[in-house]
Design a protein around this ligand. Structure first.
Ligand SMILES: Cc1cc2nc3c(=O)[nH]c(=O)nc-3n(C[C@H](O)[C@H](O)[C@H](O)COP(=O)(O)OP(=O)(O)OC[C@H]3O[C@@H](n4cnc5c(N)ncnc54)[C@H](O)[C@@H]3O)c2cc1C
Length: 536
């Protein structure tokens, strides 16, 4: 069977595209995903997130030693499963700030991507359980809801942040992003709403859509300046070439897309030669401009069982499972990070530049310390880093891990703002509203006060917030990897559609922005006019 479009990568972007493009029964679509299916109930349960950064359904990569973090190597979870990051993420549904998207137009030269123009695409996806107004909608494929039963410590945290001077906000995705509150989540009826369940599952029965899991693309095949297909390794290691009549669409994520392109000989010629790959198309910007959010955190010991730390004990796990199965309540309905908000490290920042995530326990994510007694974690991420990194190949072997270098804190401004964010997090945790819940700060630890001491702590403990973007950034200049309609510059019939095309990382978690990018891309690919700009 021939295909019109071959989509490589079944993450959020790939699932949205597969669902939208196959709505037209005359178009034949193939979706290739290197990872497996998402049948395991763990991927449906919101609290399944507790397992997700520890190697489950992931490529198993780490960063290269981080020069500005005292040589630290950071574990770098990237999803390898249908639904990609949306199947393993913490399910926070955030869109960032209107000015993030306006900057894509004014600073990166991407007409059509202003906030007023992308808002209708956020809304098209959305099935919001509670909100319908200028910013929100219902009836779309993606379930969006508020936490089912937030625990008392999360309300105390919201009050504490207000005591620290941060206003309450019930909708970070509405008119104002600033403030503290409970997040919206990509869950529906206490079940994860991944891009796979939201966009792909309803389309699975279509005769014009083929989905292949366990199928890693090894190369994009290029003939006479045109992408004509991809070569794929099937489960038994057999290699085949699949042709695309209209386009190859690369949706392998901000690490996977520049990796696949470079394996195909598309990227900076010198870096390709160094890795032993024959140059097909010299494009310097592929794999550059990597941006990510770095998390620092405070861990406090609680005065009692106020978080989910003790649920890990067997009898409680069984009870939590029963509560979930019978009543859809209890700990399993929690994504474990469902409270937080946005505030300022730099008082002159154009919009919030710090994001908080309250973790209802300790050791929830890989590498984060687990306390012996029940505890609570408060993550703080600086949202608009000036540092830029790279994704390069270690070798021409498609099985080799890529060289991921986010180059965190290369710009001293990032370090300065991150440390301010950490201080803000500490300040919130010390407010009166949290006194009945919090016994004492354990990390960084009361003795550490100077910037130097906090930076040393950060070197030891920091982690990725899992928001890489920018490695095939769109723009109108000759230096951009992709054009504003997401075509790879200089080759025909090849587009990149995923988080890698974002020129700047949005000031938020990146799943909803990626889904928006793919929604808009689907209209571009199908030649439909863009949705009318929002009247806000
Ligand atoms: C642990 C974690 C927690 C996160 N938490 C949140 C959150 O709470 N909220 C939020 O908004 N965002 C969160 N994110 C970020 C969000 O999930 C990502 O921004 C989003 O998944 C990016 O989507 P994507 O389509 O660009 O790429 P990905 O999600 O990376 O998907 C790419 C897919 O392509 C596949 N692939 C790669 N290479 C190949 C190949 N050669 N052949 C075939 N298939 C290939 C991969 O296996 C993967 O499934 C989190 C991410 C992670 C990893």
């Amino acid at each position: 069977m021939g295909y019109d479009y071959v989509i490589v990568g079944g993450g959020p972007a790939g699932c949205v595209l597969a669902g939208r493009l196959s709505e037209d029964p005359t178009i034949k679509v193939l979706l290739l995903e290197a990872g497996g299916g998402d049948w395991n109930p763990l991927f449906k349960m919101p609290a399944g997130f507790a397992k997700m950064t520890k190697g489950v359904a992931s490529w198993g990569w780490s960063t290269v030693p981080q020069k500005h973090l005292d040589g630290r190597v950071i574990w770098y979870t990237q999803a390898k499963i249908i639904g990609g990051g949306s199947t393993i993420n913490a399910q926070l549904y955030t869109r960032g700030n209107a000015r993030d998207y306006d900057a894509w137009v004014t600073e990166a030269g991407c007409p059509g991507w202003s906030y007023r123009e992308v808002l209708p695409y956020f809304k098209r996806s959305e099935d919001n359980q509670r909100l319908v107004n200028a910013y929100h909608s219902y009836g779309g494929p993606l379930g969006v809801s508020y936490p089912v039963n937030p625990v008392p410590i999360s309300f105390a945290f919201v009050r504490a942040a207000q005591e620290a001077g941060i206003p309450f906000n019930d909708d970070f995705n509405g008119a104002v992003q600033d403030g503290i509150g409970h997040y919206q989540l990509t869950t529906r009826d206490a079940i994860r709403s991944s891009a796979s369940s939201a966009f792909l599952k309803p389309a699975r029965g279509r005769r014009n859509l083929t989905v292949r899991t366990g199928a890693q693309a090894l190369k994009v095949a290029v003939e006479n300046g045109r992408a004509v297909g991809v070569s794929v390794a099937g489960p038994a290691g057999r290699i085949e070439t699949i042709r695309a009549e209209r386009e190859v669409i690369v949706s392998c994520g901000a690490i996977g897309s520049p990796r696949l392109l470079q394996l195909s000989g598309i990227g900076p010629a010198d870096a390709l030669r160094k890795a032993g790959v024959a140059v097909v198309h010299d494009l310097a910007s592929v794999g550059g401009n990597l941006q990510d959010h770095l998390d620092l955190y405070v861990i406090a010991e609680c005065t009692g069982d106020h978080t989910y730390d003790r649920v890990a004990r067997l009898h409680r796990t069984i009870w939590a499972g029963m509560q979930y199965l019978l009543f859809k309540t209890g700990p399993v309905t929690s994504t474990l990070f469902e409270t937080g908000g946005f505030w300022y490290a730099d008082p002159n920042a154009r919009s919030p530049d710090i994001q908080f995530h309250l973790g209802l326990g300790t050791g929830i994510e890989a590498g984060v310390a687990q306390m012996r007694n029940p505890g609570v974690t408060l993550n703080s991420a600086f949202l608009r880093p000036r540092s830029r990194g790279t994704v390069r190949l270690a070798s021409a072997d498609p099985a080799a891990a890529p060289l991921i270098d986010p180059n965190y804190w290369a710009d001293p401004y990032d370090r300065q703002c991150a440390l301010k964010g950490l201080r803000l997090a500490r300040e919130i945790m010390r407010q009166p509203a949290l006194k009945p819940f919090v016994l004492a700060e354990r990390l960084p630890g009361v003795g550490l006060e100077s910037d130097q001491e906090l930076a040393q702590y950060a070197y030891r403990s920091c982690k990725t917030d899992h928001h890489p973007v920018g490695t095939c950034a769109m723009g109108s200049g000759p230096d951009a990897a992709t054009t504003p309609d997401l075509r790879l510059r200089g080759l025909e019939a090849l587009r990149v559609v995923d988080a890698s095309v974002m020129p700047f990382v949005p000031s938020c978690n990146t799943n909803a922005p990626t889904i928006m990018v793919a929604e808009k891309a689907a209209d571009m690919i199908l030649g439909r006019p863009p949705l009318a700009a929002a009247p806000i």
